[in-house]
Design a protein around this ligand. Sequence first.
Ligand code: SF4
Length: 288
Amino acid sequence: MQYSRYKDEHAITCLLCRHYCTLKEGKHGICGTNFNEGGKFINKTYNHPSAVHIDPIEKKPLYHFLPGSTSLSLGTVGCNFRCPFCQNYSISQTSAIDTSIVYTPQDLVDLALKHKTQSISYTYNEPTIFYPYARDIGMLAKEHGLKNVFVSNGFESPEVLEDMVLWVDAANIDLKSFSHEYYKKVLKADLDGVLDTLRFLARSPIHLEVTTLLVPDNNDSDEEIEKMARFMAEELGCDIPWHLSAFHPDYKMLSTHATKLSTMERAREIAKSFGIEHVHLGNVFSAI
Ligand code: SF4
């Protein structure tokens, strides 16, 4: 696919996410990693992961896709969101790329085959911002019979979503809130875009699961959980699994307490009352 579009003689438009940044000559976009070099689009994290691990697929979390399998998991640096509760902020909220670490797409596929994982996961930070790298790894992985998993905040551009159908097998997408204002002011993104992505994926051949981190006093009111549950049930389908995950103090929210177990259980009851069939509580070890 085409990752950028000519804007004018001084700038190109990045087509990877819904920010559609204008990249002026010599400048980065919001994610800090996609760049205009002489009118050419450069994904600066290409070949430079910040982390590579072998994880259980349940850690993505995916509970209804290749259960019991392992997944070679990688991330880079940077993000197109600014979540103050980010639990991976040391890689997501930096644009410092360690170029001494080099893993080509072939290296990563070889590693997955060597360790007999059934899939490769693009995770830890937002994979949409390193889509050119993820796609090259994924296409090669597919040729070798491996599956591809996208763990994302759901802000992919429609162009990327159409392209993902060619090579992505499963996705876990965050629904972080049901407030337009919260997405805009706090996360620096847009709720409608995320809802569009969820609707698209629910109708696509890509296996979809959804995750919501319940952050005390941010998105854990009955009213907001009900809005999310209604959207899940009415627009995505009651068979789409929903992971409710407990927050622990992190990054810019060190003074906010961990999510209470009673909150998690209340959210699960609300989800069930809307008919959602698979509701999973996550990180409950940190719930109090
Ligand atoms: S990936 Fe998104 S945030 Fe990054 S440059 Fe492209 S449009 Fe901007």
